[in-house]
Design a protein around this ligand. Structure first.
Ligand SMILES: Nc1ncnc2c1ncn2[C@@H]1O[C@H](COP(=O)(O)OP(=O)(O)OP(=O)(O)O)[C@@H](O)[C@H]1O
Ligand SMILES: [Mg+2]
Length: 320
């Protein structure tokens, strides 16, 4: 989510100081024309940038315009952008997750065939960015001419890793003290957390003390980590977020976090400790209706988008 005037949380502000503890990434500066393209309604991809990777061989329409509709419009930013993207994709091993200055398009993962934010082509990245409401928040903020934010618009590509969400944690820091750690995704009970919460706590506390504390240019902040290999202390930094209600406090509340300056060690870590404590999935509201996402959906042999196109033609004809 977008912090007001919090330039220090924009990706390029912190990446340089933490490259050895976070995923390898590339930053591509964005032109105003590209921001305008993101601001335009509709999910469309300039024809020169092709189809999303896994649809590349399909001739049938997928409901997103890519050629005829846009033929008249030429996108000046395309050649430079394509070169920068393809170079970054190749350097990062061909699989990436994109984000803008502050947000990843987590809400749009339904639009790619793999139902993840894993992108293997320029078109995959553009589909995610165009379909995401979270990205739209960043774009609005970056486009505001009067905004106090001095940050330049940037697209970040991060090397993709298959992450088990059960090993992701959000950590709250106030006055340079760690005052809370919570399981990041609370839609599932993960027995491995309940089995050894002490060990997890030690791993994260050590990581904070050695790699984070005193190195971020603020005393109050939130950072996200993933423990990549439970057998080692492979804690990896995912992101920094403002210590502010704009950041999801997950199993804490902001009233609690704002009212304490330190916590007892046995109150530091919160996690879902039984199947009964599972929380609703906050991403559900962004998901596509089951009928649409179900590739088996057919109406008299047509796919859904073909069916809807015909219905529109029929209704327009009947009105004339
Ligand atoms: N390199 C990566 N490889 C695979 N998945 C990743 C990678 N980096 C992040 N993710 C996944 O994407 C999720 C969101 O990433 P990130 O925290 O950067 O987004 P965000 O928009 O800042 O989220 P929030 O709004 O919650 O702060 C992570 O929780 C993780 O599951
Ligand atoms: Mg974040």
């Amino acid at each position: 989510m977008v912090p007001d005037t919090k330039d220090i949380f924009s990706f390029s502000s912190w990446y340089g100081d933490f490259t050895n503890v976070t995923f390898e990434s590339r930053i591509i500066e964005l032109s105003e024309d590209f921001l305008n393209y993101l601001n335009q309604d509709g999910i469309f991809i300039p024809p020169e940038l092709g189809q999303p990777a896994e649809n590349a061989n399909e001739n049938e329409g997928n409901g997103f315009s890519s050629d005829e509709d846009d033929e008249v419009e030429r996108y000046e930013w395309v050649p430079e952008f394509r070169l920068a993207m393809n170079t970054a994709l190749a350097e990062l091993g061909g699989q990436v997750i994109p984000k803008l200055n502050w947000s990843a398009p987590k809400d749009a993962s339904w639009i790619l065939p793999n139902r993840q934010c894993k992108c293997t082509s320029v078109a995959d990245v553009l589909m995610l960015l165009k379909a995401s409401t979270f990205i739209a928040f960043d774009v609005v903020k970056l486009s505001q001419k009067t905004s106090a934010i001095r940050t330049k618009p940037e697209l970040v590509l991060r090397k993709w890793f298959d992450i088990n969400p059960g090993w992701e944690f959000r950590c709250f820091v106030k006055g340079n003290s760690l005052i809370g750690i919570t399981q990041r995704y609370c839609t599932t009970y993960y027995p491995h957390i309940a089995q050894d919460p002490e060990r997890l706590k030690i791993q994260i506390k050590e990581f904070f003390a050695r790699k984070i504390c005193g190195r971020f240019p603020a005393g109050d902040f939130v950072f996200d980590v993933v423990i990549q290999n439970s057998a080692t202390s492979g804690v990896v930094l995912v992101d920094f977020n403002p210590f502010d209600r704009i950041t999801d406090a997950i199993l804490f509340t902001w009233d609690e976090l704002l009212s304490v300056d330190s916590v007892a060690d046995d109150e530091l870590l919160r996690f879902v400790n039984s199947y009964l404590s599972i929380q609703p999935d906050e991403m559900r509201q962004y998901q596509i209706p089951a009928d649409i996402s179900d590739s088996r959906f057919t109406t008299h042999g047509q796919d859904l988008f073909g069916y809807l196109d015909n219905e529109i033609v029929k209704q327009t004809d009947s009105k004339n």
